[in-house]
Design a protein around this ligand. Structure first.
Ligand code: CA
Ligand code: CA
Length: 468
């Protein structure tokens, strides 16, 4: 029996999924005033007075308990769409929702072209649901207009689960709640003032932004016209994605800021169960040279190991106001932290505050390049930290911008440094309390390592000889 179940799992056959209601449609289904037709045509789900397709109230009359057996929905290759700013709200009576990878399974996306008239996109909300295994969820809005659009012009948010009713495991190809416009290039210029939508996930298992064959996808909430959307992920398990793209703009008459993000992998407070892995970039900068509010922070907590493979940007390019602060990256990990790309948290206004790299690891911290001129402070909270790349801007003993845990050691590689201060010298570092208990030291040179190894072997064989 166990073997049969294992075989079923290996083959990707899930008994639970096969029981979900099946969408009975031949094309993508525009939900504007239409019911969701289920297989057989006799169990259509009609939106209730609040616009929710409630699988416990399929006729939408406000009384729950209608017979849709069971809850949940299998989309297959079909898509649920609206394109006039109508929201899509699914309440799945505890069932799972599945759909093919490679398509926008749920979409309120609108391409408004060059029209200066406003146009919002609808939100997507999935509640009372089990697991999600879907293609793309897309609420983005695209416009080539450089005029300030009339209201409403908002981008719908994506909400999956609630604090009081979490979904199970989440696997989606990608999540797009962006405002795309002609200012998509970093220093383009536009009067388009639309902000990105928020992405919010409350789950009880893994949150994996990747398709069914394992290719990672992005979460995109950027807006180069105004503010990016806030990303909030709270669950118990691992998180993985290709990148987190949430840059912001801001033009005359509006304020741009990157709202930041919050990731919590231990929502049930019983300890970290999974790793946090972003293969590519984490972009939360305010890229405009004009107006802006302070950027938000990125907080990552409740995971075992935290790895970010690409660059990290939280800088603030606007010099207009003294509070045009950059965002900080705050990470606590039970295991190791690895940040493998360049880190830029600078500010353009001399009185604004640059971002802090605030890391705390039970294991080790490993960075690639670290330029102290591009941040307020790098707090490397581990017994041992490694800077494998170039350390720039280091001012010598007790540079207030490079800190360690009490008595911590930061190891750098002299062979890749151009700074004459970093050709093998050791320095004292301040700890988080401001006392000089930490150390910056070079990696032992290969010759020294070899000598140590030979010495070690000598000791070992001496010991062995003694035992005999
Ligand atoms: Ca009913
Ligand atoms: Ca947990």
């Amino acid at each position: 029996m166990k073997r049969i179940l294992l075989l079923a799992l290996v083959l990707g056959i899930s008994p639970a999924i096969s029981q979900a209601a099946v969408l009975d449609a031949t094309t993508s289904l525009n939900l504007l005033a239409n019911p969701i037709p289920l297989a057989g045509g006799t169990q259509n789900v009609t939106a209730n007075g609040s616009g929710v397709y409630d699988f416990a109230d399929r006729n939408g009359d406000g009384t729950t308990g209608d017979a849709v057996a069971p809850g949940g929905l299998s989309l297959g290759g079909f898509a649920l769409t609206t394109d006039d700013s109508t929201a899509i709200k699914l309440s799945l009576n505890g069932g799972s929702i599945t759909g093919n990878s490679g398509i926008a399974g749920i979409s309120t996306y609108r391409n408004l072209g060059g029209s200066a008239v406003g146009g919002a996109t609808g939100a997507v909300t999935i509640t009372n649901a089990g697991n999600l295994a879907l293609g793309v969820i897309n609420t983005a809005r695209r416009s080539t207009s450089t005029s300030s659009p009339g209201a409403p012009n908002t981008v719908g948010s994506i909400t999956i689960g609630e604090v009081a009713s979490r979904v199970g495991d989440v696997r989606v190809d990608a999540l797009y709640a962006a405002n795309y416009n002609t200012a998509d290039s970093a220093n383009g210029y536009t009067y388009n003032k639309t902000s990105g939508g928020n992405v919010t996930i409350y789950g009880s298992g893994d949150v994996l932004v990747k398709d069914s064959v394992g290719t990672y996808g992005n979460i995109v909430t950027w807006s180069h016209g105004a503010q990016s959307g806030l990303i909030t992920v709270s669950h118990d398990g691992g998180f993985a994605a290709a990148g987190l793209l949430a840059t912001a703009g801001g033009v005359y008459g509006t304020t741009g800021k990157a709202k930041g993000a919050s990731f919590n992998g231990d929502a049930n407070l019983d300890g970290a169960d999974g790793d946090f892995y972003v293969a590519g970039d984490v972009l939360f900068a305010q890229v405009r040279l004009t107006y802006g509010d302070p950027n938000g922070n990125i907080t990552i907590t409740g995971y075992r190991n935290v790895t970010i493979g690409g660059k990290i940007e939280t800088y603030h390019a606007s010099s207009q106001y003294t509070d045009n602060n950059a965002g900080s990256l705050i990470v606590t990990a039970a295991g190791n932290i690895v940040l493998d790309g360049a880190i830029d948290m600078h500010v353009s206004n001399a009185s604004a505050v640059a971002g802090t790299l605030d890391l705390a690891a039970g294991g080790t911290i490993t960075l690639n390049d670290l330029n102290l001129a591009l941040l307020k402070q790098a707090k490397l909270g581990a017994a041992t930290s490694h800077i494998n790349g170039v350390l720039s801007g280091f001012a010598g003993d007790n540079d207030p911008r490079l800190r360690t845990y009490l008595g911590g050691t930061v190891i750098y590689d002299p062979s890749v440094q151009t700074d004459p201060l970093l050709q093998g010298q050791s320095y004292s570092l301040l700890d988080f309390g401001g006392n000089p208990t930490g150390f910056l030291v070079p990696i032992p040179e290969p010759a020294t390592l070899a000598l140590l190894a030979i010495g070690g072997m000598g000791l070992l064989s001496a010991r062995r000889r003694r035992r005999r």
